[in-house]
Design a protein. Structure first.
Lengths: 51, 383
């Protein structure tokens, strides 16, 4: 069960990371672009199992 | 587009910087120079096969005397964020010269917990103990196993086998998971392996090194299972009159489950004791949480809390330096062993080479850490 939850967690993390990247690419305001990049960092670190 | 590339590059740089910090925190190798009486370095997995190869298949330093005697287990790093415990165990592993009996020393009982720091706690990722040869760097660690190794936490943690309900996060707390469960979590399996070690090696006394915040009532004390109450009381009296510091005795509560002083004593033939030293770094009212506070134990806000009567241990501007905390642990163990050996000559554990409280305070902890550059690299062990 724990393995299933963990896999789902990482899939969700990857999904949110993809959404953040897509929003970063779509956005036109530099303030929002910076915000998306900063929010993306912990998701990337999670996916890489660094944090 | 150029702007997006620049912002993405900035984000990548930040991610690399943060990622490297976390990677180093998890993978910092701490060299150990096995002392003159270390006959072999076993692993916890030797006592419980399923732990083999896991992050908690930790080193067990086996120190053997020329003559047979009793057997002692020293547990450092049950809570790695309480560094005096690891350092005291380190001093035994690198310095003890055994005459009688055996000592099993574990420096990092929960290695997983030593590879992460408190989430949101702004802990330093490591600290350095100064030595004449330059200093030795240690991982800071946390109280709980790394979520990368054991996840997710349940809504409710039911301790095995008593089914007592404990805080959910304590399912990753080594000192809430004894005596352990063979088919449980990583933390429970680690406890099970330690319990198996105690059974198979016929350990007479298991001593678990800890530190506590000054706002915690169980501090500067020996917490003793009822089997070790007399031994702890005698040690407390001798220490308080001879060693230059005071230490109390607490009975291990029978209704509070999962702790080493309760479960090891109940589940095995060993006497189980837990030592607590004061660590202001852990106090909730502390100021900046940095390496200086960890090692000097000086904090004006904790002092202020003391002046308002909120603490269970005294503190002043001198703080609680790491050498005092480490020295308390080494002297307490030495006193316990001397009393035990006097009362049980057939199971005596006699050793030399380990500094007492006064020595550690005067010379510093670093004086008893061995320079890894002076030994054959093949003989080095890494934590």
């Amino acid at each position: 069960m724990n393995t299933i939850v963990t896999v789902l967690y990482y899939l969700l993390t990857a999904y949110v990371a993809v959404l953040l990247v897509a929003d970063f690419l779509k956005n036109r305001k530099w303030q929002d672009e910076v915000l998306y990049v900063i929010v993306l960092i912990p998701f990337v670190l999670r996916l890489l199992r660094l944090k | 587009m150029k702007r997006k590339i620049a912002i993405a590059a900035l984000g990548t740089a930040l991610a690399v910087f943060a990622g490297l910090s976390f990677y180093r925190s998890r993978h910092l190798r701490e060299p150990v120079v096995p002392g003159p009486s270390v006959s072999r370095v076993a692993h916890l997995g030797d006592y419980f096969e399923p732990l083999k190869g896991s992050i908690n298949d930790v080193n067990v330093y086996v120190l053997e005397g020329k003559e047979p005697g009793g057997t002692i287990l020293l547990l450092g790093g049950t809570h790695p964020e309480e560094p005096a415990g690891r350092l005291a165990a380190w001093i035994f592993a690198e310095n003890a010269e055994m005459a009688k009996g055996r000592i099993f020393v574990i420096l990092t009982a929960n290695r997983s917990a030593s590879t992460v720091t408190r989430l949101g706690g702004a802990y330093p990722r490591d600290f350095t103990i100064p030595t004449v040869w330059g200093g030795q760097k240690f991982r800071m660690g946390d109280r709980w196993s790394n979520p990368l190794d054991q996840w997710p936490d349940p809504e409710v943690y039911l301790h095995y086998p008593t089914r007592q309900e404990l805080a959910y996060v304590d399912i990753r707390n080594l000192n809430r998971a004894f005596p352990g469960r063979p088919n449980g979590t990583l933390t429970e399996k680690t406890c099970y392996a330690i319990t198996e070690l105690i059974r198979r090696e016929k350990v007479d006394i298991a001593i678990d090194f800890h530190e506590a915040e000054l706002q915690y009532p169980v501090i500067s004390t020996i917490v003793a299972h009822q089997k070790g109450a007399d031994l702890a009381a005698a040690a407390s009296m001798f220490i308080s009159s001879m060693e230059g510091f005071a230490i109390g005795v607490e009975n291990s509560p029978k209704a509070l489950r999962g702790l080493s002083h309760r479960e090891i004593g109940d589940a095995t033939d060993a006497i189980s004791l837990l030592l607590e030293a004061p660590e202001p770094f852990l106090d909730a009212t502390r100021g900046r949480t940095n390496r200086e506070l960890l090692l000097d134990g000086k904090d004006e806000f904790v002092v202020r809390a003391g002046k308002r009567g909120l603490l269970f241990e005294k503190i002043d501007e001198k703080g609680w330096p790491i050498d005092i905390r480490v020295g308390r642990h080494t002297s307490t163990v030495l006193q316990i062993l001397e009393i035990w050996s006097g009362d049980n000559p057939d199971k005596a554990v006699v050793l030399s080479g380990v500094p007492r409280y006064g020595d550690v305070v005067q010379n510093g902890t670093g004086a008893y850490l061995k320079d890894p550059k002076t030994v054959d690299p093949a003989k080095l062990v890494f934590e």
